[in-house]
Design a protein around this ligand. Structure first.
Ligand code: NDP
Length: 303
């Protein structure tokens, strides 16, 4: 068995971010438009704070404007919806990201549905999901887009390959499946009621795991040479009490069988923010009818 490709998500996301930054520079020079990303954070969840700060920093590094709205955990749904309406109407804002999860007293779906679909850079609005389903030019959720970019970076033409996607969430499983279908894969979507998961997985040329179950996919579930994309992020306890992050795939076992595999951390994770930037650039192009600025849909080649 030849050595598998360990897919380096950090390197891949750096490539994508560099391409986006150069497109942003071209957009500013040619059209005097600066893409703007508004982030909305409600409450004090430390992990959400870190995620939002990273998104803001990445936007600024790409040459975009970043508008930050940090609201207390006691913010009412009505006040949050008022802010979303203001951002919808603000011409400097091209992308709106409401960091999830929201406090329990706020209906997450009401807030997502209130975002102008033209600015829905998280790709979670039903209009965005519908456009993806219809095969149109949608703003697609970032983690699924990043996952498929990593796959096509390893194998540019995946038409006819059998892809098995473990998980059917709106956030990951369903959009990944639709993106792979758009790439002309034959797609099987599996979930908690699927019969004989190991046997099904062994038929996959491409296996995407997005279940949130630590190391559930074992080495003997994997077809030799398959591309394995591990979306899962699970913290498991360790003897030193610090815990560690593992994916949904048993990495050590999978490494012996797969043709290419993403590690956790450092695989899919870094692609998510880069794809958020790609969506913000895309939204700005669409809102201003700009057709001569490149919005990357694949990872640019290595220099
Ligand atoms: P959800 O909990 O929304 O969905 C999990 C899916 O996995 C469901 O469809 C569920 O099936 C299925 N599932 C659960 N247990 C099993 C099982 N034993 N066998 C087969 N299928 C099973 O999770 P998300 O989609 O939001 O996230 C999945 C993972 O991806 C998580 O670990 C999350 O942390 C990670 N993630 C990582 C991101 C990144 O940037 N890298 C971004 C987003 C998520 P059913 O529908 O039948 O219940």
């Amino acid at each position: 068995m030849s050595t598998p490709i360990v897919i380096d998500g950090k390197e891949a996301s750096a490539r994508l971010k560099a391409a986006i930054a150069s497109s942003v520079a071209a957009m500013k020079a040619k059209h005097k438009v600066t893409p703007g990303l508004a982030t909305v954070l409600v409450g004090d969840d430390p992990a959400s704070h870190v995620y939002v700060r990273n998104k803001q920093k990445t936007a600024v590094a790409a040459g975009m404007n970043s508008f930050q709205h940090d609201l207390p955990a006691t913010t009412s749904q009505a006040d949050l919806l008022t802010l979303v309406a203001q951002l919808n109407a603000d011409p400097a804002v091209h992308g709106i990201l409401v960091q999830l999860p929201l406090p329990k007293h706020i209906d997450q779906f009401a807030v997502i549905n209130a975002i102008d679909p033209a600015k829905d850079v998280d790709g979670l609005h039903p209009i965005s999901a519908g456009r993806l389903l219809a095969g149109g030019d949608a703003l697609v959720a970032c983690t699924p887009t990043g996952s498929v970019m990593l796959i096509t970076d390893v194998m540019p033409n995946i038409a006819g390959k059998h892809a098995v996607v473990l998980g059917r969430s709106i956030l990951v499983g369903k959009p990944v499946s639709l993106l792979l279908l758009n790439e002309n894969c034959t797609v099987t979507m599996a979930h908690s009621k699927t019969a004989d998961l190991p046997a099904l997985c062994r038929t996959a040329d491409i296996l995407v795991a997005a279940v949130g179950r630590p190391e559930m996919v074992r080495g003997d579930w994997i077809k030799p040479g398959a591309i394995v994309i591990d979306v899962g992020i699970n913290r498991i306890p360790t003897d030193d009490g610090k815990g560690k992050l593992v994916g949904d795939v048993n990495y050590a076992e999978a490494l012996k069988v797969a043709g290419a595999i993403t590690p956790v951390p450092g695989g899919v994770g870094p692609m998510t923010i880069a794809c958020l930037m790609a969506n913000t650039l895309k939204a700005a192009c669409q809102i201003h009818n700009i057709a001569d600025v490149a919005v990357p849909t694949r990872l640019p080649p290595r220099a």
